[in-house]
Design a protein around this ligand. Structure first.
Ligand code: FUC
Length: 784
């Protein structure tokens, strides 16, 4: 197979063939003029901050590369390194507290309902996603350098740093291979004997580092508990248990350094290389995690040793071939083409600034779209953990919101583009998470609500926690008391079937999950004063309302979102039952109940009420858009449904400004309302530059590495906008496609290949002057 590196050779620039590798490495592409501008992030200086560094990953191992010249730093992660162990947060009074809160909320005594929930219903926080370690490479001083660039080629998922110094061209390539489960770093130079450096690992986790015979071994363990005394990184301490029955997740890292020429020495936990022609570093990591409900006892040391051994035997060239073949099979399926401008050839950080200043660069939108697909493949592969708040890239022991799964919008958004942007295989971690929450959530439904079925609240983690967090903290109900995420996840199962038409999945997973989720709502809903069925007491994620006596409360009698999720789950259950030809007791009950489930209440201004009785939030521009769940992600408020205008007014009332993910959600909503110009305005807001060191609070934007700024870094915004672009270009189904439903007027011409449609098809199309000129729908072969 010919290497992608070869294809990118720009004849006008220096080319360094590394004579010793069995592949050609280190092809210098000059200032990367020939790189595809819709598929490459590049910079002409090293990263100084994590928000400038570039992400690589194979779903399980994450790497953030800084591209330093004399000092290189790569932050490594492994997706199963979390605090904690399997368990269940029991709250003995929860079910009676819920019933009491329900009675009070129905009676309009919201503040009382809320304090009972907070006191007797909430429990421990989620586990924390932890950083693994940093690799530092300290090179011999080289004096000055020029012609520097670092680039991430999205088509190959290879990071390349190149620079020249004293007439020597240095090239450093890094990739994380899924087939071989290792990261590979290849250091080469255009003259022999020029590679000299020392390598060492540094971790914030407890462990022991040894270096011998060209291998650094780091064996460590995760803490079980985080104790917080304040909000900053310093006010935290960690509990490490020694008792094997209580111990946290253990892990092993191996870094093997192989050189050609020169000498290699292992000392003081590090490795020193002197005068080599080139060097290859193989990085492996495995953990003892063995399942959400099992003690973390898996064998990891020998697996990690084997990873390194077989990687070194294959060699960097063969690993690169395997990596590119695996990567491009997924990445190459879909492509968006939008016109380039002069700005498009500039480094990515300059493109962002130029775009913000109003210099047109439409291919930047294509790059952003492709980056969403890139991040999905890099952070979510079959068998890995689903993407958390930072995907898999976290360098903090106390990351924002514990870098957990926040499932009242964020985790869901992470998976919005996966199916539409043709990455069905990368959905597997989410499907597995949902299946595991179904198991874990049965106990929560029973113990916390006295109900059948299953439920999950607003946070989950590696251990599939489904209980409400908050730990009795006053005011926590606004986020902690929200048992609706399981219902939201049913929409994801349903969409998986819609896109894949996999009938085994419909019968064996989708239909039974829907029935079980419905049972939870059947058992918990009560009759309102008007004889309607409502889920009481209820919150609308993270938003609060003002009571008549001027108090700010979050627990109401009902919320528009809870009701919309229940109606959606019931309808999906009936649809799935019809497709399966099954009519069981649950289905019969839903048929009777669905017409009685409370619908939307619109206020005097024509907007959709977020809670009962048109209670109003003092925060008109609140970032969440929960009351518009029926517009997006559900499809209740559709074109011609009669509710479209109410949704539009509600969206206008909320305003455009928001955090990264909030802007991303609005892109999707305006696309559903078929207003492409408004959707584009929100993408432009999301593309506003956020300085690399900016942290919360401020408005949403994009860091120099094109990752979403909530701020701080939160990956959901990248996926929200990626899905939004799909939604702007195609809606409908394979039978009734709607081409360019929300095309912005400035996107006069363009093309897209490989977008997926519900009903099992993909579409390629081109447009000019805002009109489709060619469109081909490729229907899938019928699947079992
Ligand atoms: C939800 C949001 C916040 C943030 C957090 C991780 O609570 O309301 O904005 O995204 O999740």
């Amino acid at each position: 197979m010919s290497s992608n590196f070869e294809k990118k050779i720009d004849k006008t620039v220096i080319i360094c063939h590394n004579k010793t590798a069995n592949r050609i490495f280190g092809i210098y592409t000059g200032r990367l003029q020939m790189m595809n501008r819709s598929h490459t992030l590049w910079y002409n200086r090293p990263a100084e901050n994590k928000n400038e560094a570039l992400p690589l990953g194979n779903g399980r191992i994450g790497a953030m590369v800084f591209g330093g010249v004399e000092h290189e730093r790569i932050i490594f992660n492994e997706d199963s390194l979390w605090t904690g162990r399997p368990g269940f947060n029991d709250q003995p009074n929860a079910a009676s507290a819920f019933r009491e809160a329900q009675r009070l909320a129905l009676d309009g005594r919201y503040a009382e309902a809320q304090s009972i929930i907070e006191r007797d219903f909430t429990s421990n926080p989620s586990a924390v996603y932890l950083p693994l370690c940093d690799l530092y490479l300290d090179f011999n001083p080289i004096g000055g350098y020029d012609n520097y660039s670092r680039a991430l080629d999205l088509q190959t998922a290879v990071h390349t740093t190149v620079f020249e110094s004293s007439s020597v061209c240095y090239t450093r390539e890094t990739f994380v291979s899924e087939p071989s489960q290792v990261a590979v770093i290849r250091l080469s130079a255009s003259k022999s004997g020029k590679i000299s450096f020392s390598a060492h690992l540094k971790s914030q986790l407890k462990g022991e580092v040894r270096a011998e015979r060209g291998i650094i071994a780091f064996d460590g363990v995760c803490p079980t508990t985080v104790i917080r005394r304040g909000m900053n990184q310093e006010s935290v301490s960690f509990v490490y248990e020694n008792d094997p029955e209580k111990r946290g997740i253990a892990f092993g890292v191996r870094l093997a350094v192989c050189t050609e020429g020169g000498s290699i020495n292992s000392a003081d936990g590090g490795i020193e290389v002197d005068g080599a022609d080139c060097a290859t570093l193989y990085f492996a990591v495995r953990s003892s995690f063995s399942g959400w409900n099992k003690s973390p006892d898996a064998e990891y040391k020998s697996v990690c040793d084997d990873d390194i051994k077989s990687a070194a035997e294959k060699g960097a060239g063969a690993l690169l071939d395997g990596h590119i073949a695996d990567w491009s099979a997924l990445y190459g399926r879909c492509e968006l083409i939008l016109p380039e401008s002069e700005l498009s050839s500039r480094p990515t950080d300059e493109r962002l600034i130029g775009h913000e200043e109003g210099i047109g660069d439409q291919s930047l939108y294509a790059l952003l779209f492709h980056y969403g697909r890139y991040l999905t493949i890099a952070a979510s592969r079959a068998g890995t953990e689903p993407m958390n708040l930072q995907g898999i890239w976290n360098d903090m022991m106390l990351p924002p919101w514990y870098s957990n799964y926040t499932v009242n919008i964020n985790t869901e958004m992470n998976y919005w583009p996966t199916l539409t942007a043709n990455l069905e295989e990368c959905y597997e971690p989410l499907l597995r998470l949902i299946g595991e929450l179904r198991e874990s959530g049965r106990k929560t439904a029973k113990r916390y609500y006295g109900a059948r079925g299953f439920c999950s609240h607003h946070n989950t983690d590696l251990w599939r926690m489904t209980t409400p967090v908050g730990n009795g903290q006053p005011g926590c109900a606004v986020w902690a008391f929200w048992p609706m995420s399981a219902g939201w996840f049913m929409r994801h199962l349903c969409e998986y079937f819609e896109y894949t038409q996999n009938e085994d999945f419909l019968r064996d997973t989708l239909f039974p999950s829907l029935c079980e989720c419905s049972e939870f709502y059947i058992d918990t809903m009560v009759e309102s004063k008007d004889g309607k069925l409502i889920f009481a007491a209820a919150t609308s994620p993270e938003n609060s309302f003002m009571t008549d006596d001027g108090r700010i409360c979050s627990v109401a009698a009902l919320s528009a979102m809870s009701q919309a999720i229940i109606r959606d789950v019931f309808r999906m259950t009936l649809d799935a039952a019809a497709l399966c030809g099954i009519e069981n007791d649950t289905v019969k009950t839903i048929e009777k109940l669905l017409p009685r489930v409370q619908g939307y209440e619109c206020g005097p201004s024509g907007t959709i009420g977020e809670w009962n009785g048109n209670l109003k939030s003092p925060e008109t521009h609140h970032r969440h858009l929960s009351h518009l769940y029926g517009l997006h992600p559900a499809r209740e408020i559709t074109h011609g449904s009669g509710l479209e205008n109410a949704a539009r007014l509600s969206l206008i009332e909320r305003g455009d400004e928001g955090t990264g993910w909030s802007l991303g959600w609005k892109v999707n909503m305006w696309a559903r309302l078929r207003d492409g110009n408004h959707a584009l305005r929100l993408i432009d807001m999301q593309l506003r530059t956020c300085p690399a060191d900016a942290t919360f609070p401020s408005h949403g934007g994009t860091y120099p590495n094109l990752l979403g700024a909530h701020p701080p870094f939160q990956i959901d915004g990248n996926f929200g906008v990626c899905a939004g672009i799909c939604e702007m270009l195609i809606q409908g189904t394979a039978d009734e496609p709607i081409f360019l439903p929300a095309l912005p007027s400035s996107w006069t011409s363009g093309a897209i290949r490989g977008l997926r449609l519900r009903g099992g098809a993909s579409v390629d199309m081109k447009w000019e002057n805002g009109k489709v000129t060619d469109a081909v729908i490729h229907r899938d072969k019928p699947k079992k």
